[in-house]
Design a binder for this molecule. Structure first.
Ligand code: ATR
Length: 269
């Protein structure tokens, strides 16, 4: 029996998820079909419910439907609840929907396993306070960094995000002008790079041997260019994309695919 999965979003035409999950299926010998679904902006729940009613087994959920995905599921993991968003839905044995969020673990695995960057005891600076930032704060804190500062153009937004996550670990938040000291790992979770906007961050913020990580892939963002200009090692978010997908695949199929060959395939290697 071929199980059916899809990525749902708007827009979704450029999603790499079908390529990734199809590669995982080939590698693990799982019989599944994986497609793309573009739902109308105001039609997520209807389209997703229809998909499951027609026998779909799971959905990857992308922008802008991650909070709605969490809201429609009968059950949710603690990490999805903490993030206030889900990037995956799975039909459980009792027929109910489970919502999970694998974005954070995808980032952690890419940093620690693929790039060999330990997070424990390090100073982590997270840029942005939107959905992308929110999804990774809990998992970052779980790695016990020495400090986590969430900096955002709208400093009130990042400060209130820090308050929301206060129980999960030590962190602080504020505007870009409130960033103090040097940081070992600087993660861009803003959409500034896509809109061409500049992030006003000073060279002093980058520790010697710092890693600059952009969650975006496939384009050189202004943040990447800025960090490169400071002589900092830069990495894009392609590994995170593949790792979060591998976690989804494991949730659905109970088997963990090997991510390295798929990352290499996507990089054209
Ligand atoms: P996402 O779900 O991708 O995080 P979002 O919720 O719309 O999308 O959040 C976008 C993030 O990018 C926000 O942190 C936003 O900053 P504000 O909260 O101040 O709006 C940030 N962002 C977008 N364009 C930016 C720019 N030109 N300069 C700096 N930050 C920018």
């Amino acid at each position: 029996m071929t199980h059916r999965y899809a990525v749902i979003g708007n827009p979704v035409a450029h999603s790499r998820s079908p390529q990734i999950h199809t590669a995982f299926a080939r590698q693990t010998g799982e019989a599944l079909e994986y497609t793309r679904i573009e739902a109308p902006i105001d039609g997520f729940r209807e389209v997703a419910s229809g998909y499951f009613a027609a026998g779909g087994s799971g959905l990857s959920v992308t922008v802008p439907f991650k909070s709605e995905a969490l809201a429609m599921a009968a059950d949710a993991t603690a990490r999805a609840r903490l993030a206030g968003a889900a990037n995956v839905l799975a039909v459980q044995p009792d027929g109910g929907l489970l919502a999970d969020n694998t974005d954070g673990i995808g980032l952690i695995r890419d940093l620690t396993l693929n790039l060999g960057v330990g997070l424990t005891g390090r100073r982590i600076l997270l840029l942005g306070a939107g959905g992308a930032a929110r999804g990774v704060i809990g998992p970052l804190l779980a790695e016990s960094p020495a400090a986590l500062f969430v900096a955002n153009r709208n400093g009130d937004r990042s400060a209130s995000l820090a308050t929301h996550f206060a129980l999960a670990g030590p962190l602080d938040g504020g505007g870009f002008d409130e960033i103090e000291g040097a940081w070992d790992i600087i993660i861009n979770a803003t959409s500034a790079g896509l809109s061409g906007g500049e992030i006003p961050i000073e060279p002093e913020c980058f520790a010697v041997d710092a890693l600059a990580y952009d969650m975006v892939y496939g384009v050189e963002t202004s943040f990447m260019a800025l960090a490169r200009g400071f002589g900092t090692r830069v990495h894009d978010g392609l590994g995170m994309l593949v790792e979060q997908a591998a976690e989804q695949f494991q949730l659905w199929r109970g088997v963990r695919p090997d991510t390295a060959p798929v990352i290499a395939e996507l990089r054209g290697g």
